[in-house]
Design a binder for this molecule. Sequence first.
Ligand code: PMT
Length: 402
Amino acid sequence: MQTLAGKKILLGISGGIAAYKCAELTRRLIERGAQVQVVMTKAAKEFITPLTMQAVSGRPVADSLLDPSAEASMSHIESAKWADLVLLAPATADLIARVAAGMGNDLLSTLILATDAPVAVSPAMNQQMYRNIATQENIQTLARRGMMIWGPGAGEQACGDVGPGRMLEPMELVAHCEAFFAPKPLAGKSIVLTAGPTREAIDPVRFISNHSSGKMGFALADQAKRLGADVTLISGPVSLATPAGVTRINVESAEQMYQAAMEHAPSHDVFIGCAAVADYRPANIAEQKIKKTADNDAMTISMVKNPDIVASVAALETARPFTVGFAAETQNVAQYAKSKLENKRLDMICANDVSVEGLGFNSNDNMITVYWESGEQSLTLASKDEIAQQILLLISDKLSTN
Ligand code: PMT
């Protein structure tokens, strides 16, 4: 689907070395059917010429607030109203600061004040400038006002430094634009989900856990947000960044995850249990580190059952959300998954065969079969992002037919 067809994108270029990528960005947007109006700051013209941008966009470039001929063809207020999306790329520290301060001291900053179109900001600057508290606070201000912050990437910079501050690559920005304009089948829906492992303490320094990385659950949270849902992510200990726009609640143990899930599930439309929750926890947590003794070659830990989170949510008598579980199986995948669907009274279950190398735990890809009472669907090998999107589209289908 050409989600950019006919979309009007006002591309605001400020003066950073990454401006050279804007010619490629404009071409890629236009070949997908978008119309691109380029607006450049004075400094931007030092890095890429208006002639180049005019040639690739097919439109005269706007660069001056006080140019009567430009105002006669499309005034800055008309340009601000024309746009379906304003994309600031590269957005330098200076432009970000001026926008945060609400200044209108050139054409681009004035347009941003005058538009009611959504604004996306793609920061690009030296890593130290990006880390500077002033820049960070300015970016947070823009995000708080509802502007979308796309990037930056990290890596080697034009100045020789290494770190965060690289403008996203043209195709990454195109993907953001496509996602922004894509249909939002989960708009108006709220989803709470669990992700990652739990840790069950043995003593102050040891715990029982598993190999879940959180990647599958975080992909679901990210894709749900992109499909328009309001997303709350209850996460066990993982080292993943929170997807943009997602509310994250950190927990450690199954009992903490249970408390958080039971608190939030009733106020959400959908609950997805993707976490690898420990079925059992040590019956007692030693107050001090357990010492190795010379006379004991073995040690026994007595375990008690943890609450079943997804089953408890599915058993809610009032405000029960549409409840989706996962099944991580190493054998008889279909049979075990179907019995979990029934025993836990779930609306849907996503079964993954975690005995297959490179799939399931701590992998980037997955392969899943989704089961519900009257049907099933296989999702063939794909990245966890793609699998997550397909699961969410199935959930969206079920919500609309329920
Ligand atoms: O995190 P990754 O590295 O990306 O790996 C992803 C994954 C393999 C962890 C994920 O795809 C997955 O399969 N998650 C569920 C893992 C699991 O615990 O499956 P299970 O078959 O043991 O549990 C069945 C369901 O009951 C799951 O929805 C689980 O969240 C839930 N459960 C289990 C025990 C418990 N006490 N409470 C629960 O809610």
